[in-house]
Design a protein around this ligand. Structure first.
Ligand SMILES: [Zn+2]
Ligand SMILES: [Zn+2]
Length: 178
């Protein structure tokens, strides 16, 4: 009998990756531990802030501030909006999370997620609203080429692609033509 391998459970691959990813150092989507990183930097957290940090860490999707607030309140009922924004600011300043627009599919909201080992690209489907994540070494090469040629010190890169996902384009093709 083959040993049971627990498949990748990162947000990015939705279980379609055959790696034992969350523990596998070679997975580009591995997400760091925010609490460990903050402790290493000597940042002390109140119970409220810790609840926000844990909520971002455990999120199975990209969350906006109000979704974060709702979910963090399950852990710590007394959290207010200001604490959520201050914690987001802190994590952004320390470059532990990314802030995304996700093609403004949901208006002006911003979404947050723990940085992955390697930056990833977001694909937003205009039709069903699905967000897919894509990682490629070519993106890393582009960043280093850009840095070398311009002398620009790159701190944040964000690439979002809007269009139609595979499922939606397939559905469109199946529609009878009139
Ligand atoms: Zn779609
Ligand atoms: Zn993402």
């Amino acid at each position: 009998m083959l040993p049971q391998i627990s498949k990748c459970d990162c947000v990015a691959t939705n279980g379609s990756c055959d790696r034992v990813a969350t523990k596998d150092a070679s997975c580009p989507f591995e997400r760091r531990s925010l609490l460990e990183e903050l402790a290493a930097k000597g940042v002390r957290l109140t119970a409220q802030r810790r609840a926000v940090v844990e909520t971002i860490q455990d999120a199975g999707e990209h969350l906006d501030a109000s979704a974060l607030l709702t979910q963090a309140r399950i852990r710590e009922p007394n959290i207010d909006r200001a604490t959520v924004y201050r914690t987001i600011d802190l994590l952004k300043r320390l470059r532990l999370i990314d802030e995304l627009d996700l093609m403004h599919l949901k208006g002006e909201k911003h979404f947050y997620e723990v940085k992955t080992r390697r930056d990833h690209v977001h694909l937003a489907c205009f039709q069903c609203g699905r967000i897919e994540e894509f990682s490629s070494i070519a993106f890393e090469k582009l960043k280093s080429e850009l840095a070398t040629q311009t002398g620009f010190e790159v701190r944040v890169t964000r690439l979002e692609v809007g269009g139609r996902c595979r499922a939606c384009s397939t559905k469109m093709e199946e529609l009878p033509k009139h």
